[in-house]
Write a protein that binds this ligand. Structure first.
Ligand SMILES: Nc1ncnc2c1ncn2[C@@H]1O[C@H](COP(=O)(O)OP(=O)(O)OP(=O)(O)O)[C@@H](O)[C@H]1O
Ligand SMILES: [Mg+2]
Length: 495
């Protein structure tokens, strides 16, 4: 049998439409045993759709999928799918069950075996220990609903890694992980591919990670395969961006109404032993494991009562009582928990985009002016939506992220707090978002930007406040002294 035929999975001529929208127009994609295969493409290219079709969650309209066993023999789709597991772009855990139950329940899905509690907990512990034994000890009995986004991501990955699958599809698994966790995940993936012949399909918009972990890549664009199984080292970043159909040059964005230049006032944030004054237009990065940044951010936007932090600015209380009060007083917030706290799933795109404007202005309905405003914002962020009245769930993951960004773009604010604002946004658009945020800063808005992507912090921030793994402030780094090493050192997350 010729080697190139020994694919674990081969997708040919895959076609899929949603109503009048043609999403996949004949995609080809194949995965060999033991490889880490990067599946690349801009927002809305069709990556998640193809993954859903491979797992059987979504039906395709045309084309074929074939699975083969280790001897190259064709298997039925049902048989083949048993060997496939997936970590979806948005988490799919059951919040009212414990971490342990979430990990082991899929193994009992056949309904033929009895639930042996002790054994189940042991299995779940082993699964979690693959990526983090401390986390395994602390979290096994916790309800999934009480986990942070980032802890939930670890549980999903552990579940997939321990499932015994031959093929694991990871749709942006690292979007919520810190650098150290990503490194641990990669170590496990490398071991499983080498020792067990596991195959991995890896979707990410972070070039550095893609290069660290993947051997080959496939790029899809507008529902077609434009690069098929090419060794990743033969393509430069610029090649990849170009193949994805994106111009890397950042375009000036005139369509968004720029906030008026304000005289601006400095903001002081305080914790025991730390005081920082941020002058208007400062972009302050926040780095480190989520514990510390989350406490600071929740305090800043009135999302939680955190006694540690206080702010001072004319006309502001020491602590906001709610995000609504914060919004009224000129402090905007984009949550990092897009799915649970960001997107308004039952409201159309237009309401999603205009939500914070309506809070700030006290308006309720989308008149013509608002429709035009929404349209311009979406254009600035390159969002293609069939209609402003479609639901956000008809948009791709990265595109939903852009809806959240659009909410605060151009809204005159004194402070804008961003949690992973470019999560899942493709490389081409990221640069434009950096520019849009810089424009807001230039008009006097103070920006606070938490990111787990160090490269991003280095590119955009004037200063970075680093937290260690215990959630304590570890130091402040000026732009000129920013480096991956320095960030890793201070955050205690040396890879
Ligand atoms: N349920 C749906 N109804 C209508 N259109 C949909 C639906 N799901 C996806 N689409 C459309 O299919 C296209 C591909 O979306 P998909 O989620 O596969 O993109 P993606 O490559 O995963 O992008 P991202 O990098 O942003 O996650 C998009 O244009 C999206 O709007
Ligand atoms: Mg996707």
């Amino acid at each position: 049998m010729p080697a190139q035929d020994n694919f674990l999975i081969k997708v040919e001529g895959l076609v899929k439409s949603y109503g009048a929208t043609s999403v996949l127009k004949g995609v080809g994609f194949s995965v060999a045993r033991g490889e880490v295969h990067a599946l690349l493409g801009g927002n809305g290219a069709g990556k998640s759709t193809m993954i859903r079709i491979i797992t059987g969650a979504v039906h395709h309209d045309g084309g074929s999928i074939s699975f083969r066993d280790a001897d190259g023999q064709v298997r039925s789709e049902a048989e083949g799918r048993k060997g496939v597991t997936v970590v979806h772009q948005e988490l799919a855990l059951l919040p009212h069950l414990t971490v342990a139950e979430n990990i082991v329940l899929p193994r009992y899905a056949s309904g033929m075996s009895l639930f042996d509690r002790k054994r189940a907990f042991d299995q779940a512990f082993d699964a979690l220990s693959i990526i983090d034994s401390d986390f395994a000890r602390q979290s096994l009995h916790r309800l999934v609903g009480s986990l942070s986004l980032h802890e939930g991501q670890m549980v999903e990955i552990a579940r997939a890694l321990s499932s015994g699958a031959e093929l694991i599809l990871l749709d942006e698994p690292t979007a919520n992980l810190t650098a150290a966790e990503t490194e641990r995940l990669f170590t496990v993936l490398r071991r499983l591919t080498r020792e067990n012949g596991l195959s991995v399909v890896f979707v990410s918009h972070r070039m550095k990670e893609i290069r660290q972990i993947a051997n080959v890549c496939t790029i899809i664009r507008d529902g077609r395969t434009v690069v098929d199984r090419q060794p990743i080292e033969t393509l430069s970043d610029a090649d990849i961006v170009e193949k994805m159909g994106q111009l890397s040059a950042s375009l000036p964005v005139e369509t968004v109404a720029k906030p008026r230049k304000r005289d601006g006032e400095s903001l002081t944030i305080r914790e025991e032993g730390l005081e920082m004054t941020l002058s208007p237009g400062t972009i302050l990065g926040v780095a480190g494991a989520p514990a510390g940044p989350h406490t600071l951010i929740a305090a800043l936007v009135g999302a939680a009562r955190a006694k540690r932090w206080t702010v001072s600015m004319t006309g502001w209380p020491e602590r906001f009582s709610s995000p609504r009060q914060a919004a009224h007083l000129g402090a905007g917030f984009i949550t990092g928990d897009r799915w649970n706290k960001g997107v308004l799933h039952s409201l159309p795109i237009i309401d999603n985009v205009l939500a914070s404007r309506r809070v700030v202005r006290g308006t309720r309905f989308a008149g013509t002016a608002e429709r035009i405003e929404c349209f311009d914002l979406l254009q600035a962020l390159k969002v293609k939506a069939a209609s402003l009245w479609d639901l956000p769930n008809t948009l791709s993951g990265g595109t939903q992220q852009k809806l959240l960004l659009a909410r605060w773009l151009g809204v005159p604010s004194r402070l804008l707090v961003l949690e992973e604002p470019t999560r899942g946004v493709d490389i081409g658009t990221k640069k434009e978002i950096y520019q849009l945020i810089r424009d807001m800063a230039a008009s006097g808005t103070i920006i606070l930007w938490w990111s787990t992507e160090n490269a991003e912090l280095m590119e955009i921030c004037d200063r970075v406040l680093a937290f260690d793994t215990e959630g304590r402030c570890a130091g402040i780094i000026d732009h000129d002294e920013l480096s991956e090493d320095r960030l890793a050192e201070l955050t205690g997350m040396a890879a």
